[in-house]
Design a protein around this ligand. Structure first.
Ligand SMILES: [Zn+2]
Length: 148
């Protein structure tokens, strides 16, 4: 004979035929404990971490694109050989570090465990990053009078 289970919500004994919801108050009596076992706090997917990873991976190419766009539109006037444009063009090389770092942060935050999941992430993210980076760098370089 099983010991009586007590509903954590209403404190009444739970009927033996109940699997999940208390017959008395209708609450899910398995809830918090089971959820905690499935995903302990440290292993939960971190939406903020995923966004941080995407930000790290995209900040350089998107900055180049944004600056090139407003420069092209004449919203800002920039010296092609000025320090700002030079620094931004130099920062393009940082993407070699920032791209993989951002992908790693996003993958970790998404709690990817299988090799396949990581493979899919990299197979999707790297070409997307490369295209955005290439467009941003070429656009900016073209305006500065020296594509690459
Ligand atoms: Zn109850």
């Amino acid at each position: 004979m099983k010991p009586d289970r007590i509903c954590p919500h209403c404190g009444k004994p739970i009927a033996a035929d109940r699997k999940r919801y208390c017959g008395n108050c209708g609450e899910d009596f398995t809830g918090p404990d089971d959820a905690a076992q499935e995903a302990p706090p440290g292993r939960r997917v971190s939406g903020r971490g995923i966004l941080l990873g995407i930000f790290i991976a995209l900040v350089e190419p998107l900055s180049s694109l944004a600056v090139a766009f407003v420069w092209d539109r004449g919203v800002v006037q920039l010296e092609p050989n000025g320090p700002f444009v030079q620094a931004l063009q130099g920062a393009a090389l940082l993407e070699i570090i920032l791209g993989p770092l951002g992908i790693a942060v996003a993958g970790q935050s998404a709690r990817l465990r299988s090799v396949l999941a990581w493979y899919v992430l990299v197979a999707v993210a790297v070409p997307v990053l490369a295209v955005v980076w290439f467009i941003g760098t070429a656009y900016l370089g073209g305006l500065a009078g020296e594509p690459f």
